[in-house]
Design a protein around this ligand. Structure first.
Ligand SMILES: Nc1ncnc2c1ncn2[C@@H]1O[C@H](COP(=O)(O)OP(=O)(O)OP(=O)(O)O)[C@@H](O)[C@H]1O
Ligand SMILES: [Mg+2]
Length: 666
């Protein structure tokens, strides 16, 4: 029984409890799901944050451009309105240009212009407010001036002013525009080390006389180099001067070519990073190819999420770059925080799921463990072991079936024990009866022999017509019958060992038939012989076995009461080790009540004259000593089948084992 549990241990050499299997299985599923979830989640979050940041700087750049252009528009308005004023026309009319000087200086100061200069209709300077001593030079080489004189309408644009021109406009401006380049990591390579020209927001407007003839041009402008008004206004408007970890979150810059000339991007020391230059890849895309740049870029000393676009002059040629950018660090931190939060939630979720699934798995595993331990107990012989599961599901159903099975097992066990005890008692009873019968028969045998002998002697002497003869005949007949009974008893009880020789069962059966078939009792009985050919020889005592067969045949004939069919059959059983001999009659059958008593000595349903009730008891004894078995099947009113099983070699002595009696009833 213990073997039942062994396959579990043998499989792979190690035992993996079902608990571990279930939990590991769940863990795998959960782990796979959460890894997929985390990888994609983190990816989506990162992409989303980057996209958000880029969208923001794109908008910031738009705002920055508006601020820049509004400054230019303002200068244009100031110059245009001033050029239209009467005091200028009057100055030209009177020929005394100097009389306009005071008002022009006032306008320049009030509007915060760096230059405000008046020329004649050909571009020769008549009055220069920023550097009054220098006049007479021609400004016609300036593309803006050229276009205004040509079109005779006010225009404004960002333009490059050369170092010499700046020197003429004002030495202070020339100095303000001058940069010696400062190298930073990632900065674009450039062979030059300095720059003298400047980037200027400039507007020019024609001056007409009262007859609307062009008499001069007024131009004014603001030098953007080292002038941080615009970039600071962008920073303030767009980023509200918000700081992150000691640094400005948002920054703006104006480049002249690739040089930062106006910026609030700080150097390491916190000063404005003017004089530093742009990164190569950004320069190529924005300045050379003329496209916007939106993305991360290394700006001076930090990574920023940036937006750049070209600044163009009046001829639409790229001359500078406008930049806005936010510190990437802030977005990285947001990203990191979001990812951490996300990961924490996922991990907590995984743990909670794991705990919940563990609890659920216990619902299944605890009952299984109970079942296992109970079945072990059962296997070890504790038939009272029961499983107690009240889960209201299949487990409870299983437990109930298991308990029912255990109960059935216990009942079967009890029945077996009871049966065994009964059998032992029966065989003890048989033995006692046998011994008693043997000693009685033995004691009676001698006196009976005397009665038989003398009654027959008396019969011989009594003449036929003597009236006492009938009585003596009765005495002799009854004495013969007593003799028969005594012989039967002696046969039954005598522990005569069978003298076994290899014999053919079919031959013995044929012998039996030839002995009985001429008897009156068999006249109306049809005998059918179904013998298996080539039946192997069986080691038996032929005369004893013949007696068994005769008993069964005569019983069958008596049961059929002179009419019916007796079928005899022999065969080798499927194992090839036992010969089966079958006697089937169509007699009155055996009642269930009588079934169990058939083999008891002196059990008979026949009257005194016909049966002693020893036939089957003797047969049983003989078959037993051949290690065989007798079984009966019967149906009342239909007939009876006796089967005698004889092992091919029944020589091995084994008195322990009772011969088997099998009884079946329909
Ligand atoms: N083939 C059978 N059909 C019906 N009943 C049978 C058959 N064989 C035996 N019996 C029943 O079993 C009883 C016992 O049989 P058993 O051979 O031991 O004794 P008996 O035939 O009555 O007497 P004896 O054989 O000693 O002359 C019979 O009395 C009969 O009731
Ligand atoms: Mg009999």
């Amino acid at each position: 029984m213990k073997d039942f549990f062994r396959p579990l241990q043998r499989r792979h050499g190690i035992t993996i409890p079902i608990t571990i299997k279930v939990i590991v299985g769940m863990l795998l599923v959960i782990a796979i799901i959460s890894i997929v979830f985390m990888v994609f989640g983190v990816r989506i979050i990162s992409d989303r944050i980057v996209a958000e940041a880029q969208e923001k700087v794109r908008n910031d750049l738009n705002t920055g451009r508006e601020i820049y252009l509004s400054k230019l528009a303002h200068i244009n308005t100031v110059v245009h309105l001033t050029a239209d004023r009467f005091f200028l026309k009057d100055a030209f009319l009177s020929g005394n240009i100097e009389q306009a000087s005071a008002e022009l200086i006032r306008v320049k100061e009030e509007e915060g212009l760096d230059i405000l200069t008046l020329t004649d209709q050909n571009g020769s300077v008549l009055l220069r407010t920023s550097n009054p001593g220098v006049i007479g030079d021609n400004q016609n080489h300036d593309p803006l001036m050229e276009m205004v004189i040509q079109k005779m309408e006010p225009l404004a644009s960002t333009i490059i002013v050369s170092g010499e021109d700046l020197q003429i406009e004002s030495p202070i401006l020339a100095q303000q525009a001058y940069f010696e380049f400062i190298d930073t990591p990632h900065a674009r390579y450039r062979p030059e080390t300095e720059q003298t020209d400047g980037l200027m927001l400039k507007a020019a407007s024609p001056v007409f006389d009262f007859q609307h003839h062009l008499v001069g041009v007024l131009y004014g402008g603001i030098l953007l180099n080292r002038n941080h008004d615009i970039v600071d206004k962008i920073k303030q408007t767009v980023y509200h001067d918000v700081r992150y970890e000691g640094k400005d979150i948002g920054t703006a810059t104006i480049f002249e070519d690739d040089v930062r000339i106006s910026t609030n991007v700080p150097n390491e020391d916190g000063s404005r990073a003017i004089g530093t230059r742009i990164a190569e890849d950004v320069y190529n895309q924005v300045f050379v190819q003329g496209k916007q740049w939106i993305g991360r870029a290394y700006v001076v000393n930090d990574w920023y999420i940036t937006a750049y676009e070209p600044i163009r002059d009046i001829n639409n040629k790229a001359i500078g770059i406008l930049y806005v950018g936010v510190l990437e660090k802030k977005y990285l931190d947001i990203k990191q925080q979001t990812v951490y939060t996300f990961l924490t939630i996922t991990v907590v979720g995984v743990l909670v799921t794991l705990a919940v699934s563990y609890l659920i798995s216990l619902q299944v595993l605890i009952p299984i463990r109970k079942l296992v331990s109970t079945s072990k107990a059962l296997a070890q012989g504790n038939l009272d072991a029961r499983v107690d599961i009240k889960s209201g599901d299949e487990m409870e159903y299983l437990a109930n079936s298991f308990n029912a099975m255990a109960l059935a097992l216990k009942k079967r066990d009890e029945q077996l024990k009871e049966f065994a005890t009964k059998k032992i008692m029966e065989s003890e009873k048989l033995a006692i009866v046998g011994q008693l019968a043997a000693s009685v028969a033995h004691e009676l045998n001698n006196p009976l022999t005397g009665i038989v002998t003398y009654s027959h002697l008396m019969l011989e002497k009594i003449p036929c017509d003597d009236p006492t003869r009938a009585s003596v005949e009765k005495i002799a007949g009854q004495a013969d019958r007593c003799k028969d009974i005594i012989r039967g008893l002696l046969d039954f009880s005598r522990q005569r060992k069978p003298e076994k020789t290899p014999s053919n069962i079919n031959t013995i059966l044929r012998g039996c038939i030839s002995l009985v078939e001429n008897q009156a009792a068999f006249h109306n009985i049809q005998i059918v012989e179904n013998y298996q050919d080539n039946l192997p020889q069986v080691v038996i005592d032929p005369s004893q076995i013949e007696r068994v067969f005769l008993n069964l045949i005569i019983n069958a004939a008596e049961a059929m009461d002179g009419g019916g069919k007796l079928t005899l059959a022999t065969r080798l059983d499927s194992d090839g080790r036992v010969v089966e001999v079958e006697f089937t009659d169509t007699g009155h059958g055996i009642t269930e009540e009588n079934m169990n008593k058939l083999f008891e000595p002196f059990f008979t349903t026949k009257d005194i004259a016909h049966g002693t009730g020893l036939g089957l008891a003797i047969s049983y004894g003989i078959v037993k000593s051949h290690k065989g078995a007798i079984s009966v099947e019967s149906e009342v009113g239909k007939g009876t089948t006796f089967i005698v099983r004889l092992p091919l070699n029944g020589i091995i002595e084994d008195t322990e084992n009772e011969p088997e009696i099998e009884i079946a009833h329909h």
